[in-house]
Design a binder for this molecule. Structure first.
Ligand code: NAP
Length: 319
């Protein structure tokens, strides 16, 4: 990213500097961002000290951070989102761009808790972002412009590739690239175990499998060839690979992947629906408690002030 691009992103606040927050933070610094251009928040004082020392960034309170920031990244767990939005809604700058990396929370749900017209973008990242090989999809909310999408792409490009998709695709995306690293690690585990069964030392089997996975991904990316073509090149008629593929087909591994990914997509929908219901319940309860809405805030009927904690048992951080 050029210096001008970084300057265009303005001051960036990361609210919730846990695993994913630190992934984004460290990726931006590796990409050459100035630590003075990033501020962050976290709930625990010891975590705040740790991050300030490790990265040389300023750690502030949520309200202080959003009052200064041009771009605000929300990176808390779904069950903490309502409380966070309630805490920042009166302080947030009306021209700020809000980027949520929170799984399963719709842009409409975030917009309904922030000042009318706030630009919101939803992101589904994945863990290879830790080594700058992430895959993030971004979806604009109803007030996000092309410029906001470009800004989000510039920020997330520090840790990998970025694709803009309609928000209705985000459950499918969660099932493919969000959860995807876990399926591939599962395959790696199974292949290592198979190597051990064949008598290879575990570290030798691990080296063989990991490099084969990395090399195959690189071959796919760099040649742009269809996976079927690349697989057929390794599959001589009547050969060793053909024997292995026949066993995989006998065990319906392809069908199992389709079923597994459909199950992840359905679970993502269920968690999103649970988060939406929790948010509505919390808002209704706050309404009954007679809280006063921030002056000038446009809110749906019954939604006032601090909504309280949503059910911590639902919509957890694991997908
Ligand atoms: N980790 C992943 O691989 C991954 C992948 C894709 C998407 N995501 C999404 O990223 C989000 C964060 O996940 P994570 O794994 O990074 O979780 P995490 O490690 O628990 O990080 C969240 C951090 O936010 C802090 N926090 C909570 N409420 C706060 C508040 N009101 N103000 C300031 N800080 C607050 C938490 O503090 P405490 O420690 O006190 O709770 C914690 O340090 C989730 O919505 C998840 O869906 C994560």
């Amino acid at each position: 990213m050029s210096g001008q691009d970084k300057a265009d992103c303005g001051l960036l606040a990361i609210l919730g500097a846990g695993v994913m927050g630190e992934t984004v933070l460290s990726g931006l610094l590796r990409a050459g961002w100035d630590p003075g251009q990033i501020i962050a928040t976290d709930r625990r004082p010891e975590r705040q000290g740790e991050l300030a020392e490790a990265y040389g960034i300023r750690m502030l309170s949520n309200s202080e951070a959003v009052s200064k920031a041009d771009t605000v990244l929300l990176i808390v767990k779904p069950q903490d989102m309502n409380d966070l939005l309630d805490e920042i809604t009166t302080e947030i700058r009306t021209d700020a761009l809000i980027i949520s990396l929170c799984a399963g929370i719709a842009t409409a749900q975030i917009e309904s808790k922030l000042p009318a017209g706030t630009a919101v973008i939803r992101v589904m990242p994945n863990t290879p972002a830790q080594v700058d090989e992430g895959m993030a999809t971004i979806s604009p909310g109803s007030h996000a412009s092309e410029e906001h999408l470009k800004r989000t792409t510039r920020i997330l490009s520090a840790t990998g590739r970025v694709l803009t998709v309609p928000e209705r695709y985000q459950d499918a995306v969660t099932a493919i690239s969000g959860s995807g690293p876990a399926y591939l690690f599962f395959v790696v585990e199974a292949m290592i175990e198979a190597g051990v069964h064949l008598g290879l030392p575990r570290d030798t089997a691990t080296e063989l499998v990991v490099q084969t996975m990395l090399g195959s991904a690189k071959l796919l990316r760099e040649t742009g060839e269809h996976p079927t073509v690349l697989r057929e090149r390794v599959t001589s008629p009547g050969g060793t690979t053909a024997a292995a593929i026949r066993v995989l087909e006998d065990h319906k591994v392809r069908a199992a992947f389709i079923g597994a990914i459909e199950a992840a997509r359905d679970r993502s929908r269920d968690l999103a629906e649970a988060a939406r219901r929790d948010s509505q319940t919390a808002a209704d309860q706050a309404g009954h408690a007679g809280r006063i809405e921030h002056p000038g805030r446009i809110a749906p009927a019954g939604r006032t002030g601090h909504a309280g904690r949503a059910d911590a048992g639902r919509g957890g951080e694991r997908r």
